[in-house]
Write a protein that binds this ligand. Structure first.
Ligand SMILES: Cc1cc2nc3c(=O)[nH]c(=O)nc-3n(C[C@H](O)[C@H](O)[C@H](O)COP(=O)(O)OP(=O)(O)OC[C@H]3O[C@@H](n4cnc5c(N)ncnc54)[C@H](O)[C@@H]3O)c2cc1C
Length: 561
């Protein structure tokens, strides 16, 4: 069996190594058009910011080490130019420009995705960079060291843009992120991203939302960037507006692709030619949760697909279950993670959902340095299955998102989250882990123990709504909804007579816990009560983003606690 693999990094290198582990006698050729194989794309932003200082650490295997360990014929600086399906051959260009043909029994395509460079005036300026691979990284680093840019614009607030922003701040630059969307990091919903926006700004990063760069104009002092209504001058621009599948080879030999250019594969990762597999950032995926066709470019799926294609070539009965988009990002001390569907994805797929917001400490609150995690959980109200989660915090975000990703993979229901037995000691968690708490909230909602309103619906309440803020005096003084009345939760039972039983009582606290307690109390005293999901904290974050033109819901006091 002779297998050619095109692309020698995440998916391709995984496939090659697995093929060898399964078949000591297979003929395996790994073609890579660049000079490196198996490099750490995900580590590249950290080399730019000097977090990783040794460039050799960026390559996990050299062609020599890979050859030695796996006896794989690694050919770097070798670009696959064309696939001749009729003769089962790949046409390859060597570094010296010469061209030769290599035959295959099986072919695996893992050419990845290219950064999108929109066709805008001035896009070819030498001051504009994209980041995909090691040479791009060296080019950016070299520009930083030799030209010493101060003002950097990052166009696109996705994972790569935001990671680069942090690393440019470490390098002493003044950073602006411009994004056409209403929030950064697309896997988050806008309500969760609001907290990230405040955090970016607190670190001196300027954020322009709803803002597209429309053209670039080089001059002696820098590069002018044209926005809709003004121009600004920068020293360097990074285009990080997303990636497009690198599928030219596939299209040229009539392999099926979708409108985005992603290669269509079956559950065995075979294209419409059964001897040609495609994996990684070049393929269209089936979303694990919604079962819709989609596109998710991540290292974990690419690596697993590489292994799986090799398994199938070696005769194993395998089938790829789909991608759910579990992802995580570090931003200074903050961690931001998501898995499964967000609201937009659920809406697009027509899947009904409910959402809850939990705000709970990463470890026991009495143990030093406890900080809260913000969790948003989406679930299907009929099946009660977990659909998706987003978490922002400073510690323990990774393990909670991975528990929730596992729950989604196992089609677990929100009640299962309440019952999960997770490890606990004060430095690591609380006896009720934040994942349990998210499950409790969803369960309470499902059981009708509490009614909740979300920030936008709360903002639409009429001017006479009975809104009670149940936080402490200090919290209320630091900032509250303009027309809310203040009755701390611990005084509520004694002051029930101050409430109008004929009217709904809308309850607000900082995170949603005390307002839930108050709602339970009032309901059992014959009131009808609804609480603000996510609390004043979430409300205030969102109002800072999009202040509502309403005297009812204006915020008094500026401080957010
Ligand atoms: C800066 C950066 C940070 C990232 N961070 C993360 C992260 O933190 N977490 C995460 O999950 N994902 C991250 N990713 C995404 C992740 O790296 C990709 O999803 C993953 O590498 C995709 O694997 P792949 O094999 O499909 O493509 P790649 O790993 O990109 O490999 C494709 C290779 O194919 C080669 N190639 C293309 N065409 C040809 C041809 N015709 N002939 C020969 N060779 C060819 C290319 O030169 C390239 O080296 C990051 C990506 C980047 C760029």
């Amino acid at each position: 069996m002779k297998t050619i693999i095109i692309g020698g990094v995440a998916g391709g290198a995984s496939a090659a190594a697995r093929l060898r582990r399964l078949d000591e006698h297979a003929d395996i050729i790994l073609l890579e058009k660049g000079p490196y194989i198996s490099y750490a794309n995900c580590g590249l932003p950290y080399y730019i910011g000097d977090v990783i200082t040794d460039s050799e650490k960026l390559t996990l295997q050299s062609p020599k080490s890979f050859r030695k360990r796996f006896r794989i014929d690694v050919r770097v600086n070798s670009e696959a130019l064309r696939i001749h399906r009729d003769t089962k051959q790949v046409e390859i260009r060597k570094q010296d420009g010469s061209i030769y043909f290599e035959s295959y029994d099986k072919l695996i395509l893992s050419p990845g995705a290219k950064p999108i460079r929109p066709n805008l005036p001035g896009i070819d300026s030498p001051r504009i960079f994209t980041l995909r691979n090691v040479p791009d990284t060296f080019a950016i680093k070299n520009y930083l060291e030799t030209q010493k840019p101060k003002r950097i614009l990052i166009v696109g607030g996705g994972y790569i843009g935001v990671e680069l922003a942090e690393n440019f701040v470490h390098a002493g630059c003044q950073v602006t992120i411009a994004d056409m969307a209403d929030h950064v990091i697309a896997p988050l919903d806008a309500d969760m991203a609001a907290e990230v926006h405040q955090y970016l700004k607190a670190h001196g990063i300027r954020l322009y939302l709803h803002t597209a760069a429309q053209g670039f104009y080089d001059h002696a002092e820098g590069i002018d960037v044209q926005f809709a209504d003004h121009k600004e001058c920068y020293d360097m621009v990074i285009m990080a507006v997303g990636v497009a599948p690198d599928s030219t080879l596939a299209k040229d030999c009539q392999l099926s692709t979708n409108s985005r250019g992603a290669i269509l594969v079956n559950e065995q990762l075979q294209t419409n030619d059964a001897d040609i597999y495609a994996i990684g950032d070049v393929i269209a995926i089936r979303n694990y949760v919604s079962h819709e066709e989609g596109y998710i470019a991540l290292a974990g799926p690419a690596n697993r697909q590489g292994r799986m294609a090799a398994d199938h070539i070696c005769g194993k009965d395998t089938s790829y279950a789909g991608t759910m988009g579990s992802s995580i990002l570090k931003l200074f001390d903050m961690s931001i993670a998501a898995t499964g569907l967000n609201e937009k994805a659920a809406q697009t797929a027509g899947i009904p959902y409910k959402k809850v917001f939990a705000y709970a400490p990463g470890h026991a609150s009495y143990y030093p340095d406890a900080k809260n995690l913000s969790i948003k959980l989406l679930f299907q109200p009929e099946t009660q299955e977990v659909l998706g989660a987003q978490i922002i915090g400073f510690e323990g975000v990774d393990k909670r998102i991975d528990v929730l990703a596992t729950a989604i993979h196992g089609h677990m229901k929100v009640r299962d989250l309440s019952q999960l037995e997770l490890s606990y000691a004060p430095p690591f968690s609380s006896a009720k882990d934040p994942v349990n708490i998210a499950g409790f909230l969803a369960e309470n909602l499902q059981d009708g123990l509490v009614k909740q309103l979300h920030v936008q619906d709360f903002a639409n309440l009429d001017a006479h709504a009975q809104i009670i803020d149940v936080r402490t005096d200090d919290e209320y003084a630091a900032g509250h909804l303009a027309k809310s009345r203040h009755i701390p939760v611990d005084e509520l039972r004694e002051r029930l007579h101050e409430l109008d039983k004929k009217q709904e009582v809308y309850l607000v606290c900082q995170s949603g816990l005390r307002s839930y307690l108050s709602a339970r109390m009032l309901t059992q005293h014959g009131f009808s009560a609804t609480h603000l999901a996510g609390g004043y904290r979430l409300y205030a974050h969102m109002m800072k983003e999009q202040p509502l033109d309403s005297s009812l819901h204006g915020i008094c006091g500026a401080k957010l606690s």
